[in-house]
Design a protein around this ligand. Structure first.
Ligand SMILES: NC(=O)c1ccc[n+]([C@@H]2O[C@H](COP(=O)([O-])OP(=O)(O)OC[C@H]3O[C@@H](n4cnc5c(N)ncnc54)[C@H](O)[C@@H]3O)[C@@H](O)[C@H]2O)c1
Length: 472
């Protein structure tokens, strides 16, 4: 099929590359000329494992191209994806200005030569499918008033569930595909588009193997409104699940229980499931905060105050503050101390810094007069560009970061941090204090390496406590 993808960010670039890999003919559009120039040179504009290779494969067989103007591609396409950003407004409401501009331009580019489906992949509040339909129609009426009755299109909502860092695998081997639409003709186009994914009859690309036992992907077809709601409900649930793990971890610290043990114990319950139960410095990223706020806002528009969603936001904000408290407990005064952040990206394997806990922690430390240093394997360039206001000293390596620091805070659990020589790090620090914000290290090993170690939901020394109780 001929496909246009509008927006070449984390979702659009991956969607375009994967659909082209599956054999569709894709044009990716972005209003940002520098992004299009880089993509034309074969350079991804984001860090995402395997994306560069997939784009190269697609380009080599003529399956993908890039443009700043959507008119020609839209006119030639059967399916037009909208994958532009929908960031939060100060009220928490989703900012739909990019979506609205894209929808109008799509309408203006349509003619009567074929039936087209406009697919909303951006995360948008309930009711936005109707809005897209209205805007496309207005675009048609402005550009081709005489032909408007003969120009046919359908609107589908096809929320995206990929995770940055594993976006290619998540797109090629999804848990499910959700498609909402009002008419059969639109759904039939979507079913045809996703047939290779549903049937899993394509050869996996190098480095991204198909999970064992995966034969078919369920396609859930719903109304437009349900599809939009599914995306928000999924993100709200995941944010709440992490928030729950953090709440329990905080109580574990008080009562002397080991949170990782507790999470293993509850995660083995098939009704609960083990994933998204790791206590830490709180969730971040471009989606959870924005989407929970947007859902709260939508509920409020209907006179419903969702206390559970509000609590998810509050619990997460408090969790980020826990790191500061732990540093205060160890260092007492933060003014003039040097704190090294291990990791900046909101999670490993991405350079995305949107709503990253590291930035919040750095801001608070700087406000309190501390000096902040940071090392991240990938996200330092993005941090320099996006947050020049933060006076962070960027370091060449974890060892450089540790040098003369008063404390280290592990913020992002990059795989390379697992293998750090903790003894060598502790040796060069002014005070060997380690706040392990992701429970990455074994407490005993970190202490044996010379660190004064604190994790999340891990009481100081449960073994010592037990020994004392037994002696008493
Ligand atoms: N990032 C994720 O992990 C993720 C996962 C699932 C869903 N989503 C949702 O997908 C959407 C896109 O997210 P993202 O992270 O890819 O955003 P992004 O900010 O990385 O990319 C958006 C892109 O759209 C471009 N753009 C804006 N207006 C445009 C227009 N009128 N025409 C063409 N291009 C335009 C921007 O220049 C930018 O490159 C959001 O609604 C987000 O909530 C994101």
């Amino acid at each position: 099929m001929r496909i246009t993808v509008i927006g070449t960010g984390y979702v659009g670039a991956v969607t375009g590359a994967c659909l082209a890999y599956l054999g569709h003919r894709v044009t990716c559009i972005d209003t940002d000329e520098s992004k299009i120039a880089r993509l034309r040179r074969g350079e991804p504009t984001i860090y995402e494992p395997h994306l560069a290779e997939l784009l190269q494969l697609a380009a080599a067989r003529g399956g993908i191209d890039f443009d700043t103007d959507l008119s020609a591609a839209t006119a030639a396409s059967d399916v037009i994806f909208i994958a532009v950003g929908t960031p939060s407004l100060p009220s928490g409401e989703a900012n739909l200005q990019y979506l609205e501009a894209a929808a109008r331009s799509i309408g203006a580019a349509m003619d009567a030569r074929r039936f087209r489906v406009v697919v909303n992949k951006s995360t948008v509040p309930v009711g936005s499918g109707n809005l897209v339909g209205t805007l496309v129609r207005e675009g048609i009426e402005d550009a081709r008033p005489k032909e408007r009755a003969s120009i046919r299109f359908g609107v589908a909502s096809n929320p995206e569930f990929l995770r940055e860092g594993s976006a290619i695998a998540d797109s090629l081997y999804p848990d499910r595909i959700v498609t909402g639409a009002a008419e059969r003709e639109t759904l039939a186009v979507m079913q045809e588009l996703y047939r290779p994914l549903v049937e899993q009859d394509f050869d996996p690309p190098p480095g991204v193997p198909r999970p064992a036992g995966m034969e078919r992907v369920p396609m859930v077809t719903t109304t437009l409104t349900s599809a939009e709601m599914i995306k928000y409900a999924a993100n709200a649930f995941l944010a709440m699940k992490i928030g729950f793990a953090n709440e329990i971890a905080n109580i574990c610290e008080h009562v002397g229980a080991e949170a990782p043990e507790v999470m293993t114990g509850i995660g083995l319950d098939s009704r609960i499931g083990a994933r998204f139960l790791s206590p830490g410095v709180g969730w971040g990223g471009s989606c959870f905060g924005k989407d929970v706020l947007a859902l709260l806002h939508t509920a409020r528009e209907y006179g419903y105050d969702s206390r559970l969603l509000r609590a998810s936001i509050d619990v997460n904000s408090a969790q980020r503050q826990m790191v500061i408290q732990k540093l205060q407990e160890k260092l007492f005064i933060l003014k003039g101390r040097t704190v090294g952040l291990l990791g900046l990206a909101f999670k490993p394997d991405t350079d995305d810094l949107r709503d990253a806990p590291s930035l919040h922690i750095a801001e608070r430390l700087l406000q309190m007069g501390a000096r902040v240093k940071a090392y991240d394997p990938i996200a330092m360039t993005a941090c320099r560009e996006q947050r020049p206001d933060l006076r962070i000293r960027f370091c060449e390596s974890a060892q450089d970061l540790a040098n003369e620091s008063d404390a280290l805070v592990l913020v992002t659990e990059w795989a390379e941090f697992r293998d750090l020589d903790l003894t060598a790090l502790a040796r060069v620090m002014t005070r060997p204090i380690l706040v392990d914000g992701r429970n990455l290290f074994a407490p005993d090993a970190a202490r044996a390496a010379g660190f004064d170690y604190t994790g999340i939901g891990r009481p100081q020394s449960p073994a010592a406590k037990i020994a004392i109780e037994h002696t008493a």
